[in-house]
Write a protein that binds this ligand. Sequence first.
Ligand code: NIG
Ligand code: FE
Length: 404
Amino acid sequence: MSSAFTSRLWRHVTLFDGLQTLPKPMAVWIKNDQIAGVWPESEFRTELAPGVERTEVGGVMTPGLVDCHTHLVYAGQRAGEFEQRLEGASYAEIARAGGGILGTVRATRAASEADLFALSLPRLQALADEGVTTVEIKSGYGLTVADELKLLRVARQLGEALPVRVITTLLGAHAVPPEFQGDAEGYVDLVCREMIPAAVAEGLADAVDVFCEGIAFSPAQCERVFLAAREHGLPIKAHAEQLSNLGGSVLAARLGALSTDHVEYLDGAGVRAMAAAGTVAVLLPGAFLMLGETQHPPVELLRRYGVPMALASDVNPGTSPLYLPTLIAHLGCTLFRLTPREALTGITAHAAQALGRPELGRIQVGAPADLCLWDVGQPAELAYEVRPGRLRQRVFGGEVQHVR
Ligand code: NIG
Ligand code: FE
């Protein structure tokens, strides 16, 4: 059930505003699609919030959750590869043998736009049901101009079909497709000269991403993609330092990247470059967990240099088929030693910053009214317990959905 109201009020909420938990009970007022007032209860007077149609009392309020890194438009599944890995094969070995990402590329190329939409809708619904109001969706399983545009179109359609803000990212440089084996440079030419311009012409990409890794693209190749993106006015980001350190984060940060993602192998030079550029470190504990990685992202160093840390699901069929954002927060704490506050900031304010949309992850006057109301005692419980079904209300652009 959902209904649009022009003026709604929440009283006596424990408020996590995206950066911190406020020390006192708070009142939050929304008008139309915006947050119109935030007050400590002790200062609230009814005349401050005129025309209120509904009032809700109690609960923990957070910004709507932001999942800033997903690959949720794809066909097929990789349960067989999961089993192979459990028997000892590594992610890189499977990729080199033509499995991994390329296995999903084969299935995704064979799927129509309608097929992909039907497959992806319940995936996005699953995230929305757990409080996600903004999601980034990458292409990267098409690897031809037509197939990459197909994925991005589906991503846009998903954002029209469900009450979720969808931000799209062109990840043409995800893997070298079979028809370009031995000619990565030729494929990068295609990405730069045809794919990026075509995506821009149709307004399908909000950013451009690359996979900078031994099994994918070199820093020099990634740089070409970044420069092409920048020529077209698109922000950039990178999968970097996931399996080794090639310096992708330094490169991306120097070119003004919004984020570099994974970053387990990030070193001091990378951290400093990111700090200087204001680049967000997007940590992906789901992929770390599922790949059985042992190299941890340099959280202490990131903290010391004040690099904002976001957490994301990385929903994809190979390395992170995990659809529970509060589990991602929990794994950020248990695997990477983030504090619950850092983890919650990681799935709200910093995730929004990684998308270049900082206003989406904060509860402040003038921000879009994307909110979650949770039935928990305090915000830290969201990262502490792994339990679905705690969301009482989800508010998207001022529209209130009663979840339970
Ligand atoms: O973010 N690292 C590269 N890309 C994805 C995995 C994609 C896949 O295995 O299908 C990631 O983990
Ligand atoms: Fe990814």
